[in-house]
Design a protein around this ligand. Structure first.
Ligand code: NAI
Ligand code: MG
Length: 349
């Protein structure tokens, strides 16, 4: 084997079950045999309560010095709290992580639909998530701004079509397809710009089939026939909602990973939140975070190690080592050990 520099990975457990699942994923990463240097960092609600900031400057600086980051989950209040802003949103913007990639793949668990292998490519920087809201009429009327730009729409579409090509290389039996999701029939200008820009990009990829779908009928068809989708590209809000729906089709939040990617960084995270209802009980499903760690490796130029982790997750699920969210009685520790054990038997290709 050639001698490689260790991968520098920032670990941000955050709040709640983030503190259970990130250490589990770290152990699985270590069990791949690759060489890592981990940097443990703080962020989140408890950090905010203690220090007055949810993303301390030291955390951001350390993340910027690492090759990639594994983020657990943070608790965010649903009311406005002076001085608090979500650290994951801040990280996405500081590192310009303009794409949120959310694969949804059939899993050997009860409740998972079969034959699903799709990737939602969600725009990660604009739409309603610019969070420009203000009150009028003494709070009786609230205006939220929604921003769509050609620049952001073009680069997310480029990424979607490129990823469709990459996926096709691994699955020659399927013609690659990108589904462009919008609501341009109502939001003629904003979604109209997203749609037009994405379809212009599509013209540069004649080998990839491009189709468009209104977001409401997209939800309907996704649930009726998820097997027909390959890559789905959408503005931020639609992508967020669609990806939670897609996660529900293939085993739920306990299994769903995501990666925030841009030109200068990658932050992988489970889709789920801090799950205060089960925090501290040792029963959180670590597999979403472990799968996120695999996505991280894939984006850091270690696709073979990523595939080995995915294979070990598959072995674990097929063996019925399930946490309560999947109907089983395994603990976080049981599942983590099972994955590490399986990894030891997955061949190094
Ligand atoms: P949630 O994802 O934390 O939990 C939803 C439900 O799924 C709960 O019943 C929970 O027990 C279950 N669940 C989630 N992940 C699980 C896992 N790994 N294993 C077993 N069960 C799991 O979403 P919720 O309840 O809406 O939000 C809780 C907190 O998390 C809020 O403060 C919210 O702001 C925050 N949140 C943070 C996110 C992030 O850090 N990226 C994303 C979503 C929510
Ligand atoms: Mg979400």
């Amino acid at each position: 084997m050639d001698v490689k520099q260790p991968l520098r990975i920032a670990l941000i457990p955050g709040d709640g079950i983030g503190r259970d699942v990130v250490p589990a994923a770290r152990r699985v990463l270590e069990a791949t045999g690759l060489s890592f240097q981990f940097v443990e960092l703080e962020a989140g609600w408890e950090t905010f309560e203690r220090t007055g900031t949810a993303l301390p400057p030291e955390t951001l600086a350390a993340v910027q010095g690492c090759d990639g980051t594994l983020f657990g989950a943070v608790s965010s209040p649903s009311r406005r709290v002076a001085g608090y802003s979500s650290p994951i949103l801040a990280l996405r913007s500081a590192l310009d992580l303009y794409a949120n990639l959310r694969p949804a793949i059939s899993q050997p668990v009860p409740g998972s639909r079969g034959g699903v292998n799709l990737l939602i490519v969600r725009e990660n920087t604009e739409c309603l998530y610019v969070k420009r809201e203000h009150e009028e009429e003494g709070g009786e009327r609230v205006i939220a701004e929604r921003v769509i730009t050609r620049h952001a729409s073009a680069r997310i579409a480029q990424m979607a079509f490129q990823l469709a090509q990459t996926r096709a290389a691994a699955r020659p039996e399927r013609r690659p397809r990108v589904t462009v999701v919008h609501k341009a029939n109502v939001l003629n200008l904003s979604d109209g710009l997203f749609r037009r820009t994405a379809l212009e990009v599509a013209a540069q990829y004649p080998d990839v089939e491009a189709e468009e779908q209104l977001v409401d009928s997209m939800v309907y068809r996704l649930i009726r026939e998820p097997q027909r989708y390959d890559v789905v590209v959408a503005p931020n809000l639609y992508g967020d909602i669609l990806s939670d729906a897609a996660a529900a089709l293939v085993g739920g939040l306990g299994l769903a990973p995501s990666a925030n990617v841009g030109a200068h960084g990658v932050v992988a995270e489970p889709v789920h939140g801090s799950a205060p209802d089960i925090a501290g009980q040792g029963i959180a499903n670590p597999l979403a975070c472990i799968a996120a760690a695999a996505l991280l490796l894939a984006h850091l130029g270690e696709p073979a190690a990523a595939r080995r982790i995915e294979a070990a997750v598959d072995v674990t699920l097929s063996a019925g080592v399930w946490t309560p969210d999947l109907g089983g009685s395994a603990t976080t520790e049981d599942v983590t050990r099972a994955v590490m054990e399986a990894l030891a038997h997955v061949p190094i290709l």
